[in-house]
Each structure stands twice: as C-alpha cells, then as structure tokens.
Design a protein around this ligand. Structure first.
Ligand SMILES: [Zn+2]
Length: 442
C-alpha cells in the first residue's frame, strides 16, 4: 500500500533516554553484507519480471518458489525451519539463555503486489535471516547467550492479493472466519491459493501465537515514499501506522434519454458523484493536511453515450495517523457526499467496507531503533507509516517496531522501486543493533 501522510519533521540525533549501554561484544556485531546481498539477488530472480521488478502474488507459484528458497537457505545456515498453520515461514535460532526464553521476531513478507518491486518485504526477510546467522556465528565464537531466542519470519499475504495482513493477523489471533468468507481478492482466489500451498482454512484460524512467548517484533522495510530523502535522513523511526477506512458510495439518479430530456430535468448520478470526487481532494488538501483520501474506482451505469447515468458508484478510502483525525475526516467526507447528492437531487447509498484503526508502535521498540541508529551514527527521522504493514497486527500482541530505509524517488509497488545497497546494509545493521537492545531489555 503506498505511503502518503505528511511528515512530522523531527530529525533527531539525540540519545533516547532509558536505555542502558549495550555489552561491547554485542554493540560491535555487524551483518555480513555480501552474504545478505547474495540472498537478496537470488530472491530477486524468483518471479522476476525482467525490468527490476518481481511478480509474486501471495500463494502464487512464484511466491511458493520464494518460500521454498527461504526454507533451503535456512537449512543451509543450520537453523530450524518452522512453518505454522497459516503458512508463515520462520527460521529459528535458539540463542536464548534458557530454553523457555521468549522469542523476538524479526521479519516482513516475501509476497509482492502484481508486478511490484523487489525490495518491498523481501529486504526485511533477508535482513532478518542474516541477523540470525550473524548472532549464530558470533555465539559459536563465544558471544554470550541472549535473554531471548530469535526468529526470522515471512508472513503470508501481507499485500492483500487474497486477504491482506493474513499471516500476521492469524499469528496475532485477529483473523476471523467472516474475513475469509468475503476476502478482498475474492473467495475463489483464496481457496485456490490455500490449495496450492497445502493450507487449510481452519489452520489459518488456529495459527495464533501465545503472546506471553513473544518478546517483540521488529520489521525493516523500505519507506515507499519520499520523506527520508527529503529530510536527509537514512533511517525512519516509525511512530505509528495509519488507520484506513473504506466505503462504497452509490449516487442514485434516473436513467433518461440523453437527447430529449432537458438538462434541468435530469437526475444525473454522475454529476453528484463527480462533484463529490473533486470535493474530496479539495477538502483533504484544505482542512486535513495530515490525511490522504483516494477514490480508486468510479463506475457509471447503465454506461452508454445516450443514457443519462442512473447510478454512479465510487470506492472511497482515506487514511490518518491520529484516531481523532480519522473520525473527523470520516464525518466530513460523508457529509460532503450527502450534500452533493442533495444538490443534484440524488439518493445516496453508503456501504462501510472496512476499518483499521491507527496503531501506535511500541515506545520501547522506537527507543531501541533510535538508540541503535545513534550508535551507528545514522541520521533518523520520526515518521508515521501511510502504508499498512504486518507490524500493525503484531502490535496488538507484543511490543512492535518498524524502521524504514529510503526509497529512491519515493517509488514503490512498481519495478522502479529502488533502495541503494548501502542503505539496505545500514538498515540491516540498525535492525540488528535494535534487536539486541530489545533482547537485552526483555
Ligand atoms: Zn511491504
């Protein structure tokens, strides 16, 4: 999902309070950049579209091939492979002091949007795996054991080809049978995907992780927007993930002969819908500068040159990082729709189609990322994510945090999506150091 809310430009190099110093043996740890690059490049070839992008919709053949590749890389590293009943794939490193130590999850997703970029999700998974190998090697050379075990996780269907945040909502125990009956990608596509992957619907609903076993969740992701580069920062410390509300609005008028009906006598549904469409942009830009709204679909019926439109149906989606702003925007946009319907003497049908509340990420996780970035002399920017991520689901059950690395040109969900390799490596090292800080605090 593309990023969009306006930044709060707090560029900071201050030391976060409340974090004690890390054992020097831990603070010196760095990932193996070459090994991570060879993973990233190999993964980029799976479902490659030949123009720098990948096509790996959830549970498609290419996505399953990427997951088979992941399992193989995990085995080659001597780590344990774990696949849960929602298809979430994990590498486990039992690096905790005690067998019953909680687990710190690091991860993202290996699925892509159709004809998407090769960094979205994939970077977070290969970085997580690389961190497990780094800690494993260091422990074999005498690094002390940690208060937690580590797990690198690839969540199922983050992008919403089928359901959206499917694996993480299942792991968080937030998935409902109802969602599976009317998924956004259609019921048939979901059932076909599950069959290809050898998964069961009942398994999706049974994949809940025990929150008391989770020390936290950290996710490295590309920003998918232009703010980090604009602010001259290399790491985004994510404060919150925006809330998203969706509606289908239908303006209802009357079909008439387009040649013989006088202009003043028409009940033209497209007029009210168009006035609303233009009003949405104007309203958000004038009164809600920290929000975004989109009308991504506009259908007119019956849809002919010579018939006055009887129905115009719009798909409206809007996002805000603050719950109050989201609610206020909702009231204003629905009132705008009512107003334009009345102005053109139309009826209005309002169907709510989903709502995700804004999520605040864990202050402890943010402090860990901030402290890690500072230790590595990396300039940070605190920001809100305008896109949905698995971290918003994990935030419901454990301390969850996210860090972003810059997206060149702000591009994402397209083959031209690009993050410099230097930024990817830096992001992975900040993730490693943040994970060690979270582990020590557990
Ligand atoms: Zn993603």
């Amino acid at each position: 999902m593309p990023t969009s809310t306006r930044p709060n430009l707090t560029v900071s190099n201050r030391s976060p309070e409340g974090l004690k110093g890390l054992d020097p043996r831990l603070s010196r740890l760095r990932i193996d950049a070459e090994r991570m690059q060879s993973d990233f490049d190999a993964l980029s070839m799976i479902g490659s579209t030949g123009d720098g992008g990948v096509h790996r919709p959830a549970l498609s053949a290419a996505h399953l091939e990427a997951r088979a590749w992941f399992r193989e890389r995990v085995r080659q590293a001597g780590l344990a492979v774990q696949v849960d009943s929602a298809g979430n794939h994990s590498a486990r490193l039992e690096c905790g002091l005690r067998a019953e130590a909680p687990v710190l999850l690091l991860g993202s997703h290996l699925d892509s949007v159709p004809h998407g970029g090769r960094f979205d999700g994939a970077l977070g998974v290969v970085a997580a795996l690389e961190i497990l190998r780094t800690v494993q090697e260091a422990q074999s050379e005498g690094l002390p054991r940690l208060p937690v075990h580590l797990e690198a996780i690839d969540f199922t269907d983050e992008e919403g080809t089928l359901v959206g945040l499917l694996g993480s909502s299942a792991a968080a125990g937030r998935l409902t049978a109802e969602q599976l009956l009317a998924p956004r990608g259609g019921r048939e596509a979901l059932l076909e995907g599950l069959q290809r992957a050898g998964l069961q619907e009942s398994g999706l609903l049974a994949a809940r992780r025990d929150p008391s076993r989770l020390a936290g969740y950290l996710e490295l992701h590309i920003e998918q927007g232009p703010r980090l580069l604009g602010a001259g920062a290399q790491i985004g410390v994510v404060r919150s993930i925006v809330g998203i509300v969706a509606y289908r609005l239908t303006f209802i008028g009357r079909a008439d002969h387009a040649g013989t009906t006088p202009m003043a006598d028409r009940l033209d549904a497209a007029q009210g819908a168009s006035a609303f469409l233009l009003g949405v942009r104007q309203t958000v830009m004038a009164d809600f500068p920290e929000c975004v709204a989109n009308v991504g679909r506009f259908e007119i019926e019956p849809g002919a040159f010579n018939i006055v439109p009887a129905r115009a149906t719009l798909s409206l989606e809007f996002r805000a990082a603050q719950p109050r702003a989201l609610e206020h925007l909702e009231q204003v946009l629905l009132a705008l729709a009512q107003g334009e319907a009345a102005r053109f003497s139309l009826d209005l049908q309002v169907e709510p189609l989903g709502r995700h509340a804004p999520i605040q990420l864990s202050p402890a996780a943010r402090a860990a990322v901030q402290s890690a970035a500072q230790a590595l002399n990396v300039r940070t920017l605190a920001l809100d994510s305008g896109a949905g991520h698995d971290a918003q689901m994990m935030a419901a059950v454990c301390p969850a945090g996210m860090l972003f690395v810059p997206s060149q040109g702000g591009a994402s969900h397209a083959p031209r999506e690009f993050t410099t390799w230097q930024d990817c490596v830096q992001g992975a090292n900040v993730l490693l150091q943040a994970a060690l800080r979270m582990a020590e605090a557990a």
